[in-house]
Design a protein around this ligand. Structure first.
Ligand SMILES: *Cc1c(COP(=O)(O)O)cnc(C)c1O
Length: 370
């Protein structure tokens, strides 16, 4: 039976096997495991790619968020606004750094922060906002930066799903005060293990992040403050440097496939397709549709060899981790969307014919049903 995988990291590896193997061999032959050339080379290439001045690599995307928040030196206990529809890491880092999570509702169109809801949540205790460029679609950064300037707030872009995405022609990760990236294997730029980075245009902030991620150290055995150990392995850096050269090509491929989905799915009444704002270069980390009978459709597709995903099954305020918040956050759109979201397969391992097959099976499901 034909199989359409949700993600196929083996396929991607086979495309660039020679280069990856050489890069790994290089690191091992030189015993350059921690820090050094491979790491600094990747950092400078990635900063350039995201159009930011500085890049500080670290252990993973969640650490990157924690380090960025700490480095901003925000008043402890201050409120940080996070979207209700995201991966938990976006909120977790806020709690971990001693701040208060405030959940903001999202739009039913592109699923990112709802600016009106955001404005209503800002109060004298608010210290920062974490706009998440969810599924690869940039948040509407212009009004967010205006709110930040007006209320003296820091903006930390969560770009974990948005490598190469652009807002009005500008790469994400270069717009807020700081930004974070994840190189988790399944992300659009993924390592062969964990990895993360912070980007910023602020030199002082960059230096603070660099120290925080490396035991608060200024030089060997001289520690200015208590930091932590969060590093990107040189092996991962070398792998990421190889993959970064293909990211443009892979991103364009995702966009072509997404456009194909959008065109073919437009005629199926039972399916709501994702909206792409005019300011957005959406990089489709995920291609998320909405349907009322999600489990039925998911089951049908699975029977036909098509894997799908759910991102995310619960709005963050509905999780046990945040059930203590009183009064409960008002995030009706995110809560209403959660049971209807279905992520269809997308990625460099798929062809236009695969997309046509997926859509034909979605069509078949609804034809059989009606
Ligand atoms: C993956 C992800 C993170 C966390 O990244 P890790 O590298 O897994 O720690 C943070 N935010 C969002 C939106 C993510 O998708």
């Amino acid at each position: 039976m034909k199989k359409v995988k949700f993600l196929d990291l083996k396929f991607q590896y086979d495309l660039i096997k020679q280069e990856i193997d050489t890069a790994i061999q290089n690191v091992i032959s030189n015993s350059a495991f921690i820090g050094g050339h491979h790491v600094s080379h990747f950092e400078s290439q990635f900063a350039k790619y995201q159009e930011a001045t500085f890049c500080i690599s670290c252990g993973n995307g969640t650490d990157a968020l924690e380090i960025a928040i700490e480095a901003l030196n925000l008043p402890s206990g201050g409120e940080i606004i996070v979207p209700a529809n995201s991966f938990i890491a976006s909120a977790e880092a806020v709690t971990r750094t001693g701040h208060t999570v405030v959940f903001c509702d999202c739009k039913a169109t592109d699923y990112t922060l709802d600016i009106d809801a955001l404005s209503r949540l800002i109060n004298p205790r608010t210290v920062a906002i974490i706009p998440v460029h969810l599924y690869g679609h940039p948040c509407d950064m212009s009004p967010i930066m205006t709110l930040a300037a007006k209320h003296n707030l820091k903006i930390i872009e969560d770009c974990a799903q948005a490598h190469a995405a652009e807002y009005n022609g500008k790469r994400v990760g270069s717009i807020g005060h700081a930004a974070i990236f994840s190189f988790y294997p399944g992300k659009n730029l993924g390592a062969y293990g964990d990895g993360g980075a912070i980007t910023t245009n602020d030199q002082h902030l960059a230096e603070k992040c660099r120290k925080l991620a490396n035991h608060g150290r200024i030089s060997k055995y001289n520690h200015e403050f208590v930091g932590r150990n969060s590093r990107l392995d040189a092996l991962q850096a070398a792998i990421l440097s190889v993959k970064l050269q293909y990211l443009d090509e892979w991103t364009e491929h995702r966009i072509v496939l997404a456009d194909h989905y959008l065109q073919l799915l437009a005629d199926i009444d039972q399916v709501t397709i994702p909206c792409r704002q005019t300011y957005a270069k959406q990089v489709y980390h995920l291609f998320v549709i909405r349907v009322d009978d999600r489990s039925g459709l998911q089951k049908h597709l699975k029977a036909k060899g098509i894997s799908t995903g759910i991102h995310y099954p619960h709005a963050l305020p509905k999780l046990g981790a945040y059930s203590h918040i009183t009064p409960p956050p008002q995030t009706p759109v995110a809560e209403k969307l959660a049971p209807t979201l279905l992520s269809l397969p997308i990625g460099e391992h798929l062809s236009s014919a695969d997309i046509e097959f997926v859509v034909s099976e979605i069509e078949a499901h609804y034809t059989i049903r009606s």
